[in-house]
Every structure is written in structure tokens, then in C-alpha cells.
Design a protein around this ligand. Structure first.
Ligand code: CA
Length: 281
């Protein structure tokens, strides 16, 4: 698809771009350089031309622009990463200006040592801790106006579709109503998301081919998610790495684990209903 570019100088010397799907601005950092391997370099006459080169490549996330020029112009280095991925490589330099794509991470939304990840496709961010655990993120995109319900037996999975194409880095289930039980005789009241063990979760999210996507590399097992238990009001899954590319209308399913595996489901009961949100990259 051809990207239509709109360029303008914004009030703070930023370069702005837009196309039909996203909108981004470059923020200027004086006397700074991101000291990582470049993906390409050009000679250009001004910083706007450098930013434009970056916008033409979907793999470019920032640029270094040399202050001084020669007969051919200023050196413009396109970089395949941003200063949030390599904070220790973001250095002072009298020779360069650095331009990063503006994101909420510029305003330090993460506290208590969490790392900020810009979500350029949705003008969002996520604050993450070890093992890609999300402690705060925005914007969460609700996948449908209707709650999604899944049962504990008889292949009664819940399904939803992704409203727009892009990449998904996380998914959130917010409890609305109901319960699921894996043993009606012993635990007739069930739980929101689990079976017997309070700290083990048995709610799986698969694609339309019943391959488990959340949690990643789960191998159809029950699992633990730090900070959550089987009656948590919501579940936020860890960041997918690499992100998952999705098409508009692509189907996903919420399964109770024993129902997916057709194992020990004769004594299961109940339905849990939840609102579903995705975090787009
Ligand atoms: Ca089943």
C-alpha cells in the first residue's frame, strides 16, 4: 500500500507525518545520538528530509542527523530501534541531533522502575516489568460492544473478532458475570477463570484454529500469571514477543482448558462472561 505523507513544521520544530492509518511526529533532541547500528544512511539538506527518509521505511523508528554538512549535505542515519529499547545507548553528542517518533513515553508515564514501550500504531504505551508483565497501558481497544461468554464443557468456547488490522501485543479479559467449575461436586460455586488451585488459571485464548495465543508458549497447560488468581476481576496477559499480526475480522476464541482438550469435562459446569480488550502495537 502506498503511504500518503503529509509534512508540516509544527510549532516546536517537529516534523509531522500522517497517512490513513497513523499519525506521528518527530521530536528533536539537541546534542544527542542513539549509538546503535544504522539500517541505512543518506546525505540530505535538512532534518526534515532525514525524517522523511525514515517515514518511507516501516522499519525505521528514529534518526541521527549530523549537525555539520559537506558538499553533499548532512549525514542522516536511519535507525531500526528507538531510545526506549536502548536507553544506555542514548548519549550526548556535539555532532548530532536525534529525532524520535513522538509517543506518550516522552512524558514518562511509567512509575516504580517500569519500562515504557511506545505503541506507535495506536499512539499508546505500555509500562512493563520483568518477563514482559504489563503494569499499566493505554489505549486498550475493546473488541466488541457485547460481552463474550465461554462455558466449561461441550465446546462452548466464546468467540470474538479483531476490529482492525495491525499487531497485537497483549489482551485483557475483564470479568462481567458467571462462573466456571471443573468439579461440580466439590466446587459447585466455581471461579472466574480457574479450576481447583487459586493460583492457577485455566482460561486460554486461541486463534480460530484452536492454537493457544494467550498465554504464549503455554502448551495447553494451566498456568500462573503474576499478580492474578482464579477470581481476579481482570486478567492482563504478558506481552507477546514478537507481536502478533492480525487481519480485520480475524477470529479468536476463549476456551476453558478442559473443554478445549475434551478432558474430564463431564463434571464441569457454568459460563463466565467477560469484556475483551486488545493492546495494539
Ligand atoms: Ca470439549
Amino acid at each position: 500500500m502506498e503511504i500518503l505523507l503529509f509534512l508540516a513544521i509544527a510549532s516546536r520544530g517537529q516534523v509531522e507525518r500522517s497517512d490513513e492509518e497513523n499519525h506521528a511526529q518527530f521530536v528533536e533532541h539537541f546534542h544527542s545520538v542513539l549509538n546503535i547500528g544504522r539500517m541505512a544512511s543518506y546525505k540530505v539538506h535538512d532534518s526534515m528530509a532525514c525524517a522523511l527518509q525514515c517515514m518511507r521505511s516501516t522499519l525505521c523508528y528514529s534518526v541521527n542527523f549530523a549537525v555539520h554538512s559537506d558538499d553533499q549535505g548532512h549525514l542522516c542515519e536511519l535507525l531500526p530501534a528507538d531510545k526506549y529499547q536502548f536507553p544506555n545507548k542514548f548519549e550526548s553528542s556535539a555532532s548530532y541531533l536525534h529525532y524520535s517518533i513522538e509517543s506518550p513515553c516522552e512524558h514518562n508515564p511509567c512509575t516504580n522502575g517500569a519500562t515504557c514501550r511506545p505503541l506507535y500504531g495506536s499512539n499508546g504505551f505500555s509500562c512493563e516489568r520483568n518477563a514482559r508483565r504489563i503494569v499499566n497501558a493505554a489505549p486498550w481497544l475493546k473488541v466488541s460492544s457485547e460481552k463474550v461468554c465461554f462455558g466449561a464443557k461441550d465446546d462452548s468456547y466464546g468467540h470474538f473478532t479483531i476490529p482492525r488490522r495491525g499487531t497485537i501485543i497483549s489482551l485483557k479479559l475483564v470479568y462481567v458475570s458467571g462462573y466456571v467449575s471443573c468439579l461440580t461436586g466439590a466446587i459447585p460455586q466455581g471461579s472466574h477463570w480457574g479450576c481447583r488451585n487459586e493460583n492457577e488459571l485455566t482460561t486460554l485464548v486461541t486463534n480460530g484454529r484452536n492454537e493457544v495465543i494467550f498465554p504464549r508458549y503455554n502448551d495447553n497447560r494451566s498456568y500462573k500469571l503474576r499478580g492474578y488468581n482464579f477470581n481476579s476481576p481482570e486478567l492482563v496477559f504478558n506481552v507477546l514477543s514478537p507481536p502478533l499480526s492480525v487481519a480485520t475480522g480475524e477470529e479468536f476464541r476463549i476456551w476453558y482448558r478442559q473443554d478445549l482438550l475434551n478432558g474430564s469435562e463431564h463434571n464441569n459446569a457454568g459460563h463466565t462472561c467477560a469484556d475483551v480488550y486488545v493492546l495494539m502495537g
